[in-house]
Design a protein around this ligand. Structure first.
Ligand SMILES: [Zn+2]
Ligand SMILES: [Zn+2]
Length: 341
């Protein structure tokens, strides 16, 4: 009996390594899974920023923050179907798991090199991870490629695709460019503003009449509202700067001037929950999902405190992301279906 239990536990663990039926898509839809809803601070149960998008039988990611690969594996997402990671900007909390995710999807059987799409800098990013993982690729290829199992090293190498947008941000005009087009899906890169982490991009996914926009990191940026016009869902970053200033003040009182100063600096380049709701209202999107929640999980965090004032904006269809939240947009309809892994 005990042996049987152990065997079934082992099978369950091994199932995590297989392409997942659990994370399969409905017949035809644009499906989003929040694979990282946290900000840069360590928060239990929240990986750093990552949004997975499934369309046309393929998987795409917007950012791949630390801990997000483990989430995707635990939910049995079909890693072998991934085609590209769209990088919003090169802050470490958005790219830290790129090497691990690339390796895991290669081992899972990805049929082509993983493309890393994003602003200038992604070529060096891809080359750096390829160099760092060079020995690992060699070890795994030497050990596992036998009896018909292939693990070709070229498929394990990240392939960069740089999307160039004007270097100077224009707060009055949409600056955007087509970043991807395949199997009915188009992905548009939209310049946002996250100085000095420049350039930073948001991404809009359009698939057979359904659409999702992911902000990445940015201040409240009016052109993003314009570019997100009519989208079904806007997934926007959110940091409560009143809370950030309180955290900075508390750290100063404790004598940690260094981190207090760094914390205070971050108030210049994010969007508050209230501002994100204002943007969603201006864009006329159906649903707003706040992610990259800097303060979520901290002892004083309450959803009410974090989003204080948001209901005064008059935009009511908002919610806070959780890791594992799914948003499914069936093709041919207008429904927005929320679920949880
Ligand atoms: Zn950032
Ligand atoms: Zn960030």
């Amino acid at each position: 009996m005990r042996a049987k239990t152990l065997i079934s536990a082992a099978c369950a663990a091994l199932a995590l390594l297989t392409a997942g039926a659990a994370a399969a898509q409905a017949p035809d839809s644009l499906k989003v899974t929040i694979c990282g809803s946290g900000g840069p601070l360590p928060i239990k149960d929240r990986a750093k920023p990552c949004v997975a998008v499934q369309a046309g039988g393929a998987l795409y990611l917007v950012d791949v923050g630390p801990e997000s690969t483990e989430n995707l594996q635990l939910w049995r997402m079909p890693l072998a179907t991934v085609r590209a990671v769209f990088v919003t900007h090169l802050h470490s909390d958005h790219i830290g798991d790129l090497g691990e995710f690339n390796m895991q999807s290669w081992v899972a059987g990805r049929a082509a090199p993983l493309e890393v799409v994003g602003p200038p800098g992604v070529a060096a990013l891809a080359a750096g991870f390829n160099q760092a993982y060079g020995p690992d690729h060699g070890f795994r290829n030497a050990h596992h490629e036998h009896d018909g199992i292939k693990l070709p090293i070229p498929l394990g190498l990240l392939k960069a695709k740089t999307i160039a947008l004007p270097a100077t941000p224009d707060p009055k005009a949409v600056q955007e460019k087509l970043a991807w087009s395949q199997d009915g899906l188009t992905v548009t890169a939209i310049r946002v503003e996250h100085h000095p982490a420049t350039p930073a991009y948001a991404y809009r996914f359009d698939y057979k009449g359904r659409s999702v926009v992911v902000s990445g990191d940015t201040v409240k940026w009016a052109p993003l509202a314009e570019a997100a016009k009519g989208a079904d869902v806007l997934i926007h970053e959110a940091q409560n700067n009143d809370m950030t200033r309180q955290m900075s003040g508390g750290l100063k009182m404790l004598g940690n001037d260094r981190i207090a100063s760094i914390m205070a600096d971050t108030t210049t380049y994010h969007t508050s929950p209230v501002e994100a709701a204002e943007l969603a209202k201006a864009a006329g999107v159906k649903q707003l999902v706040l992610y990259h929640l800097t303060q979520a999980g901290l002892p004083f965090f309450t959803p009410e405190g974090f989003t204080k004032g948001i209901d005064k904006v008059g935009y009511l269809d908002w919610r806070l992301a959780k890791d594992g939240m799914t948003i499914e947009l069936p093709v041919g309809g207008t429904e927005v279906k929320f679920g949880q892994n």
